[in-house]
Design a protein around this ligand. Structure first.
Ligand code: BGC
Ligand code: NOJ
Length: 819
């Protein structure tokens, strides 16, 4: 069944009941301050780094799921027959019965509205552009015919900044909490650790006078009470408690008198403030509140909050205006035109750090992940993509390999997941090529970029690319295929790990550095990006390097032909003993999706029918109603020579789960064969909007992609896990925008190459590209799957199917006739 619907006009998903099958969340913020916000007002916020600068506390793996957030409690003293009571307008945490409920998740904001016994509540939450804070505009309206007296209590629980310590180091934490209170309690400052090494504090404030406040959790809730039964709210009077140690919170108590029909609005601000080292204090023990005062001044009225929200809306309108789709298939149009791109912004910002499946304390930015995220983001804000590329490249080692992840605050590579994932270097070529194709900015190649974050080891970005390209060549195994190292794209194919110790990391352990285990996938990636590298060389006057690159690519194709083909599909890898993985000879794991998708995407086997054979095998062995599973048969037993992949129960994650991230590779590969109907089918199977009616099984948000959907071997086949932070976002965008709808940036312009179901008769795409707007109408009255018969540009016949770079700030009308 459904739990809501899309509102395409307002670009919102409207949730119509609070008890969704899992918390359905949104992200507030698109620059450096972020909030996770669920449909019942759960979640938390942080500035820049989810681990190091966490403003509010969130308990993972909690019972019930999603407890804790920015809560409001209402104590309606009643009127007429109604004797009044206490309730949660966002449903959680009290799970109050509501007469009305709706949550609208939009682009960077969410709105919850509800009503009970004639009192209506609405909360609009967002992070304004340019400021480091969340705004929660709350409106109460008396819809009854009698006057109402309402006590409203706000509630946030502060995190002691370092989210990891906050959840573990209680012997210290219970003694360090400090707050300051001003304006009679309407401004609450959380200043734990400010006296020593921090120069930042948090503020939780409301724009009206308050009746009281609380900053000590136990006083507010009662020691044996949960968020669902706050003692103070039931009593109806704040205690003006001042936290000292234990758990600092922020709660305002506001008396609201509402005549029949009257409404009142309040602006709550939850902000992050920083002071220069020498201006930390106003006087002994009193923090310098200047930055907080300026922020609160700015958002001191509901009108100011509305204005900030309007600017945010304009911002998103213009961003999403860069690529729009209009088609009869509304599900595809809204995903490709709105939600998929929105998710790409989120993955660009978060990498894999903070979601309801990623704790925000473990994983930083990934070398591989962040490069891939760029593919779906670069058309939105190319300048930020540029900066990101340079940050990522700076964590590369001089030999071309890379730290697998880096910290967003320091931008330095770290060893938490180690290095030696031998696919990593190649993703940098992907990212840079995508950026250049989008912008035409070859200048980025001349930027000086450190290796290993060491300025003394700086070289141009081009040198980084060269090292990336050479890495798999210099690190080839016995068959001439690239060595896999710790793992390749599949983090769980740990062929040199050989772990028998519980808890040992599959990714950082190498008990047996074989120097033998090889990856056909890395070979496929190499063949895919190699031509881009060669092209970049040629276009920047490096003719010899281009020729060398082309030779190496041809050599790699030959190697895959000789050692990477299994008869009906491409092999996946060779293990540390040189035994095949992903072969008919194997008992389990006979066929894998990744190497087949990538090899065909790269064009291997297109001429001799092997590409078609490989994709037919994928369909036959790996397909399911919910997408293509990663391999078959699933591993039934743990294989020490394979690593984490065989540690998962069959049907989950890398062990034959539907790992959505790699499904678009097959989609793209299908377009190479010109099979538009099949390409579109593989696209829709993992696309959340097509599964909206099936939300009880799928469970996660129908507006965003999930990393994994349980495969055919799993008990709940079709159930999704790990929504939001996944490479699926970028790759599905690439598959639909570039390869199905077929509007793809190339070095010289926009290539038009649709590959669609023959039943799709017409669609339009608008694309902002290098300074001009392209309004493209594709006419497929011929009912073909691929093939362009003619193109006109502004009414004139156009030769070939690459649209030129106009860069004239104008709108150009393009008509594409398929046939
Ligand atoms: C997961 C992978 C993930 C990796 C990160 C593994 O447990 O299965 O999907 O990328 O952890 O280190
Ligand atoms: C999730 C990781 O973020 C991604 O980098 C990896 O490719 C997949 N897991 C597959 O293991």
């Amino acid at each position: 069944m459904k739990y809501g619907h899309f509102d395409d006009e307002s670009r919102e998903y409207v949730i119509t009941r609070p008890d969704t099958p899992y918390p359905w969340i949104n992200y507030l913020g698109c620059e450096d301050f972020f909030g996770l916000f669920s449909n019942t007002s759960g979640g938390y916020c942080f500035y820049r780094d989810a681990r190091m600068l966490r403003l509010t506390r969130y308990r993972y793996n909690n019972v019930p799921t999603d407890t804790g957030g920015r809560y409001f409690y209402l104590r309606d003293s009643g009127a007429g027959n109604y004797s009044g009571d206490v309730w949660s307008p966002s449903w959680m945490p009290m799970k109050s019965a509501l007469d009305r409920y709706e949550c609208r998740h939009g682009m960077g904001y969410s709105k919850i509205s509800s009503a009970r016994n004639g009192l209506a509540f609405s909360q609009t939450s967002f992070v304004p552009l340019g400021d480091k804070c969340e705004i929660h505009k709350v409106t109460l309206k008396n819809e009854s015919s009698a006057e109402k007296n309402v006590d409203m209590f706000s509630f946030v629980e502060f995190c002691l900044w370092n989210a990891n310590d906050d959840m573990t180091n209680f012997q210290r934490n219970f003694s360090i909490g400090e707050v300051e209170i001003e304006n009679g309690g309407s401004r609450i400052f959380h200043k734990t650790e400010y006296r020593e090494r921090r120069n930042h504090y948090a503020v939780w404030a409301v724009n009206v006078p308050v009746a009281g406040f609380d900053t000590d959790r136990q006083t507010f809730l009662g020691l044996y009470n949960g968020f669902d039964s706050p003692q103070t709210v039931f009593v109806g009077k704040a205690n003006n408690s001042v936290a000292s140690g234990w758990s600092p919170i922020g709660s305002h108590h506001i008396n609201v008198k509402l005549a029949a029909g009257e409404s009142k609005s309040f602006v709550f601000v939850l902000g992050y403030c920083e002071n220069p080292e020498d201006q930390k204090w106003e006087k002994q023990s009193v923090i310098n509140k200047k930055p907080a005062n300026a922020l609160l001044e700015k958002y001191s009225t509901p009108e100011a909050a509305d204005k900030a929200l309007a600017s945010l809306n304009d911002y998103w309108k213009s961003l999403l205006g860069r690529f729009t789709v209009n088609a009869e298939d509304k599900k595809m149009a809204r995903m490709a035109g709105v939600w998929n791109q929105y998710q790409c912004m989120v993955t660009f910002n978060m990498s894999r750090s903070a979601s309801y499946f990623e704790s925000g304390i473990g994983r930083g930015m990934g070398f591989r992940d962040s490069n891939q995220d760029l593919l779906g983001f670069v058309h939105l804000v190319p300048e930020r993509a540029r900066e990101r590329i340079l940050d990522i490249a700076a964590t590369q080692f001089p030999d071309g390999s890379a730290y697998h992840q880096y910290q967003p605050l320091t931008k330095r590579g770290n060893n938490d997941i180690g290095s030696g994932f031998n696919d990593d270097p190649l993703w940098l070529i992907f990212g840079v090529a995508a950026y250049i194709k989008e912008t035409g900015d070859y200048g980025i190649l001349d930027e000086m970029v450190p290796f290993d974050n060491n300025e003394a080891l700086s070289e141009t970005l081009f040198v980084h690319l060269k090292r990336s390209f050479e890495y798999p060549i210099k690190n080839a195994g016995p068959h001439g295929l690239p060595l896999i190292g710790r793992a390749d794209w599949n983090d769980c194919l740990n062929l040199n790990c050989f772990s028998s110790t519980p808890g040992e990391s599959f990714q950082t352990t190498a008990n047996f550095e074989s120097g033998i285990a090889e990856s056909v996938l890395i070979a496929g990636i190499f063949v895919f990006v190699g031509p881009d590298y060669a092209e970049i060389c040629r276009r920047t006057g490096r003719k010899e390097e281009a020729e060398y690159a082309e030779k190496e690519v041809a050599k790699m194709i030959e190697t895959v032909n000789q050692h990477g083909w299994d008869g009906d599909w491409f092999l996946r890898a060779y293990d540390a003993y040189g035994k095949k993985i992903g072969s008919r000879e194997c008992e389990d794991g006979k066929i894998f999706i990744e190497s087949n998708g990538f090899a065909v995407m790269a064009g291997i086997g297109l001429e001799d029918g092997r590409a078609k054979k490989a994709l037919d095998s994928v369909k036959q062995h790996l397909d399911s109603p919910y997408g293509i599973v990663l391999q078959q048969p699933a591993y039934k037993n743990y294989h020490i020579e394979l690593g984490e992949i065989s540690s998962y129960p069959p049907g989950y994650k890398e062990n034959a789960g539907i790992f959505c991230h790699n499904n678009p590779w097959v989609t793209i590969a299908e377009t190479k064969l010109g099979r538009g109907t099949r390409a579109f089918e593989t696209y829709t199977k993992i696309c959340p909007a097509y599964r909206e009616d099936d939300s009880d099984l799928r469970r996660l948000e129908p507006y965003v992609y999930a990393q994994m959907v349980a495969g055919k071997d799993a008990v709940r086949h079709g159930e999704a896990k790990n929504s939001w932070l996944t490479g699926t976002a970028a790759w599905t965008f690439v598959s639909i925008a570039h390869y199905i709808l077929g509007v793809r940036p190339v070095f010289d312009g926009l290539l038009i190459e649709p590959c669609i179901p023959s039943t799709m008769k017409e669609y339009t795409v608008t694309r902002y590209y290098r300074g001009a707007d392209y309004h493209i109408t594709v006419d497929n009255s011929a009912g073909v799957e691929k093939g362009v018969k003619s193109i006109t540009v502004d009414g004139n016949a156009h030769n070939g199917n690459v649209l030129p770079v106009f860069a004239d700030g104008k709108v150009h009308k393009i008509t594409v006739i398929m046939g």
